[in-house]
Write a protein that binds this ligand. Structure first.
Ligand code: NAD
Length: 366
């Protein structure tokens, strides 16, 4: 298969971790007999510096004509005072919107070797494997009107939460389909006791669920979900929710399973999927060679799974990451006392060695 990818390294640690993910993809393509076509483009702060636009037209065009996009991270202190439309993050939001990526998938898996890294007691974190499905193009983050009006001392700020039935229906369908590929359990999270948007959300999700009788659907208020995510995280399979609740709950689920540096994401549903680690550009550690590349590497696995349906290839990356962690390799964000830290490039190298070993073992076995 020809895998045509646009690579957007972005800012801060983005280029460092993306390089490692691309090297893993190159190895997986070679191992499984695929051809990789890579186009590198600027986004975020790097694009602002080069062309005064956080999402230049040639970057968007390259993304639209590729099979998938792998992104590092955007942002940095140098751009904090820029107007909202000209900040690095505006480029990322526009990209997701232009590509029609309405579903943000964030798996939070507790790797057995990292149970001790969870802020929760190991017996609580153990077995956690939740897929958060977050609506990405609607709700408070995009609703109009939005403004801050009035004079100093008496200003009023307004944001608008609004959801249409079609918007809810398409994300619900995707979540049910994903639940079918997992443990057939779906929790839909809302605030139906207070918000009209949530009442419509619950009604539409229930209606869509009638076509998925094999998936066990339940509804939960967002406050209860936040509590249960730390009390019994392993109970969740697929968690479906709207944009802002999903933003918050997915970071919480991420924290439950250990470091931010481990978390991957997929933004899909439109013409082209965007895959990126959950973390930001981490300016505090950029250029030091200590960033954890596993979130970016695991995002490459999601890219293979969701944009190209290459399940075996995706699973080979995930197994390699698990094996490397089992063997005790840790970047600085994961080390506990007495362990020494592995650099960004060493971690990437270890994952590649493990992909090779797993492929060789599979050849012997088959
Ligand atoms: P951040 O995720 O960049 O960093 C938070 C903390 O986690 C830092 O201490 C950082 O060193 C650490 N960290 C993050 N990724 C790591 C990794 N891979 N390995 C080891 N440690 C890691 O969040 P922040 O500091 O709030 O934001 C920094 C910049 O990134 C800001 O400009 C923000 O707007 C931007 N940001 C971008 C994205 C994105 O591109 N999707 C997401 C979040 C934040």
């Amino acid at each position: 298969m020809l895998l045509n990818l646009t690579i957007l390294p972005g800012d801060g640690i983005g280029p460092e971790v993306t390089d490692e993910a691309v090297r893993v993809l190159e190895l997986v393509a070679e191992t499984f007999g695929h051809q990789l076509g890579l186009t590198r483009k600027n986004i975020g702060g790097a694009a602002l510096v080069a062309s005064k636009d956080p999402l230049p037209a040639d970057t968007l065009q390259a993304c639209l004509s590729s099979g998938a996009v792998l992104l590092g991270a955007v942002g940095g202190p140098a751009f904090d005072e820029y107007p909202r439309d000209l900040r690095p993050e505006a480029g990322l939001l526009r990209l997701r919107k232009e590509l029609g990526a309405f579903a943000n998938l964030r798996p939070a898996v507790c790797f057995p070797a990292l149970q001790e890294s969870s802020p929760l007691r190991p017996e609580l974190a153990k077995g956690t494997d939740v897929l958060i499905v977050r609506e990405l193009l609607g709700g408070l983050y995009f609703g109009e009107p939005r403004s801050i009006q009035g004079s100093a001392g008496s200003r009023v700020a307004t944001n608008t939460m609004s959801y249409g039935e079609a918007e809810i229906e398409r994300i619900a369908r995707m979540a049910f389909e994903l639940a079918r590929t997992r443990r057939h359990k779906l929790v839909s999270v809302d605030k139906g006791n207070v918000l009209e948007c949530s009442r419509l959300w619950r009604e539409v999700v229930t209606r869509v669920g009638k076509n998925y009788r094999d998936v066990q659907l339940s509804h939960m208020y967002v406050d209860a979900a936040a509590m249960l995510l730390v009390m019994r995280p392993a109970d969740f399979d697929v968690l479906l929710t709207e944009n802002m609740f999903g933003d918050i709950l997915s970071d919480q689920a991420g924290a439950v399973v250990g470091s931010l540096g481990l978390l991957a994401s997929a933004s899909i549903g439109g013409a082209v999927g965007v895959y990126e680690p959950v973390h930001g550009s981490a300016p505090d550690i950029a250029g030091k060679g200590i960033a954890n590349p596993l979130g970016a590497i695991l995002s490459a696995a999601l890219l293979l799974r969701y944009s190209f349906r290459l399940e075996r290839e995706a699973a080979s990356i995930e197994s390699a990451v698990s094996q490397v962690l089992d063997a005790g390799y840790r970047t600085r964000d994961l080390v506990t006392s007495g362990q020494s830290a592995t650099s960004t490039t060493q971690m990437g190298e270890k994952v590649r060695e493990s992909v090779k070993q797993l492929a060789a073992r599979h050849e012997v076995a088959s």
